[in-house]
Design a protein around this ligand. Sequence first.
Ligand code: ATP
Length: 322
Amino acid sequence: MIQKIGILTSGGDSPGMNNAIRAVVRAGLRYGLEVYGIYDGYRGLVEGNIVKMDRKSVSDIVNRGGTILRTARLREFKEPEVRMKGIEQLKKYGIEALVVIGGDGSYMGAKKLTEMGINCIGLPGTIDNDIASTDYTIGFDTCLNTICDCVDKIRDTTESHSRCSIIEVMGNHCGDLALYSGLAEGAEMIITPDHPIPEEEIMKTLRTMREKDENKRAIVLVSEKLFPDLKAFAERVGRETGFDTRYDVLGHVQRGGAPSAFDRILAARMGAYAVDCLLDGKGGLCIGLVNNKIVSYDIYEALALPRDKHVSMLRLIDILNG
Ligand code: ATP
């Protein structure tokens, strides 16, 4: 049976990563394992930035956003020789298996390491909810709540001036943050990569809305990267619809803050499950929450799954707003 495991966080940070670290460390110690924290993702692995952890190492982090192990990206990790350097570092410490918390890129690194003899389990740590093998990723719920908090505030001033506010949220090619926050906020329009709307149609819809009611205000939620020049887009809306229009890019505020209770619990469940998998001698898997059950998938299979485009949610939004 294995005796020493490592843990790292990789890719973009997300609230709840610390709760996953805590769960892996505490569950590992409970089962008699030695647990090592690897700083700065795969870069720290290759450079040997590795520290033994104890119960106290993860005290008082349940309510902290970000990741105490810091995170990084190392493009060169795709090369087998670079991964071999990481494996040599692990061998120095006798670390036999790893938990990797990150997004789909980090999953690939974990799978490739497993194929080279180090069993790895991936946990979905990303605000974007762009991993098909889980209903929710760790950090999505917190980020969604942060967005709702911000939009609530923007709504007050939008409403007072009968304006149109165009609000850009994160998502990295995945529309879930815009869609879910759009439903939660009763947004007049939601524009995502899965559900794009031609600009002409956006103008026409907003123009009609404004013509019907001159005191109407409109909240338009858009996913990042869809309108590279958001200012120009907002100016066009202002020119062509009759709405006094403003735009906001919520930006990095979306990544931070104390994790929600949902994310804390999700991370705890997934972290403990990952340790169980490693103790069973499994590797190359990623953990998901499906129908409120913690499950595991082969990483390649997980990455090939189609993402849910939430068509029924879009229909609901249409019913509620129509
Ligand atoms: P996020 O969703 O927050 O962007 P991510 O895990 O998808 O997180 P990436 O930058 O895509 O973020 O990947 C993180 C790291 O995983 C990369 O910097 C690299 O070290 C490693 N990685 C990515 N793709 C591969 C691959 N094909 N093989 C080996 N390692 C990889």
